[in-house]
Design a protein around this ligand. Sequence first.
Ligand code: 2AM
Length: 194
Amino acid sequence: MRLFAAVLPPPARQDELGLVVDRLHRLPGADGLRWTSRPGWHLTLAFMGEVDEELLPELRVRLARAAHRTPSFPLRLHGAGHFGRRALWAGVAGDLDELRLLAERADAAARRAGIPMEEHRRYQAHLTLARPRREEVDLHPFLDELATFEGTRWEVGELVLVRSNLPVSGVRGEQPRYERVEGWPLAGPAGRPG
Ligand code: 2AM
């Protein structure tokens, strides 16, 4: 099964972003973008790809440990960015060091469970909102509209393992369906183990 570890913004925080994204949908050129589906919005920590079911028990143990080693930390959705012409995303602010550490721990957990992980790229926290259908789509109006977006902060308290079910229908542009497999609580504000 295709898996990744993620932080899931709480529904109220997603709704705030949703209000801005509603405005983006009304901008000229919005049809040139394939918008990600909202119930699936997430911040990827570590993408594992196809994982052999046999590795799941060990992966679970190691992800639980990664979560336990990480204190809960504040985050908020903030601003926007893009990966070239491939993706438009909402950014995050807050305790980015702790988020990066959690991403590294999730990546290490997967490696130690025997999952061949891609080489490290610099971790860039992002929540993908849309992908251009064509190269020539100009992302600037969307980036401008998102630039001033400031979500309310929340306390990240969980590391979640998510399954990505790729569309089988063959309908062009259909989105993957994301399914929560399991979540593990972070250690909490005062619970950082030595
Ligand atoms: P993206 O949002 O930037 O596309 C599930 O596919 C999640 O894992 C997505 O959030 C995706 O990031 C991320 N991801 C990271 N590396 C990936 C890869 N090589 N293939 C597919 N998704 C990847």
